[in-house]
Ligand binder design. Sequence first.
Ligand SMILES: Cc1ncc(COP(=O)(O)O)c(C=O)c1O
Length: 359
Amino acid sequence: MNHAAVSPISRRVHDAMVGLLDDVHRFGAEHWRGWEEMYAGVRRSLARLLNADASEIAFAKNTSEGISAFANGLDWQPGDEVVSIEGEFPANYYPWKALERRGVVLRLVPQEQGRVSLESILSALTPRTRVVAVSFVQYLSGFRLDLEKLGQACAAHGCLLFVDAIQGLGAFPVDVKRVNLAGLAADSHKWMLGPEGSALLYVNRQVMGKITPTEVGWTTVRHSSDFSRRELAWRDDARRYECGTLNTVGVYGLGAAVNLLLEVGIPNIAQRILDLTDRLRGGLLAQGHSVFGPRAHAEASGIVSFVPRQGGAEDLLERFLAHGVQVAARLGMVRVSPHFYNTEEEIDRVLELASYLCN
Ligand SMILES: Cc1ncc(COP(=O)(O)O)c(C=O)c1O
């Protein structure tokens, strides 16, 4: 019930990672060619997940690194503006805030009861706006943005749309082409059901020339396998944003995770999550808790946060944990975040505990 924090990994992800570890334990790097094939295969799977091209996918260590690569790589001029949302998870705030040292102005659009209207984002755009940087799904309210509408508006305005997708990717469809997305980052340990420290950075081919690599290593260049050469020529695909040796075991885990999601089908996963969270939300409201955030299906996600009708969130969290149910406490609220494989009975168990523990 805590996928918005860190998910359990599936048997398949576990086996893929342990399989690689066993192999390296016994054979060292003897089978490295297989690793290279795996990297390419995982890029293809991620590209399928996003409707991107495999050449637009870089592996990263986490969402923050992906966001920073994009934010720092642009050729900023003093007075350029970034539009984002107030109360974003800090990973999608500090990399943009840090650009103030380069003269960039960060404009934050307020949330209203955990929602952000498209109009309020659009009204913050000015002729100096170069990037709109938002979460696909807000980490606390669970509000899910209509990326397609925002993407169209950004294209019309001539600015780039960057998305922190970690709270939605794997659970809800993202089509980078339809959205006209410039960049996206997400680690795999939440809704993708993968391991921590194994993330992806997507950079649109049309935009790549504008995002200069800032973490530079031996693998960022075109001739990386020829150590006698020294020209600084970036790779012509998103691997230019990968700085050195990859987290191979993490990539094995990420690949197994994404392939499982693709097999189940993201639209099926999305519908199932909405059904489960409808049941959860309805039950919590019936018990008199204050549920935060929107519930129209077009804006809903796998996150349901509530202020308990009695007692503090931290206290309730401890009691849930004592009963073997993992939820989170965030800013005075209890956050529950089931995934598609959770059952109705498990949702009912959460409700039963919420009722019993708040008396
Ligand atoms: C919206 C959002 N972005 C990013 C992160 C995590 O960032 P990172 O992958 O850099 O640890 C979280 C984790 O809670 C999050 O909710």
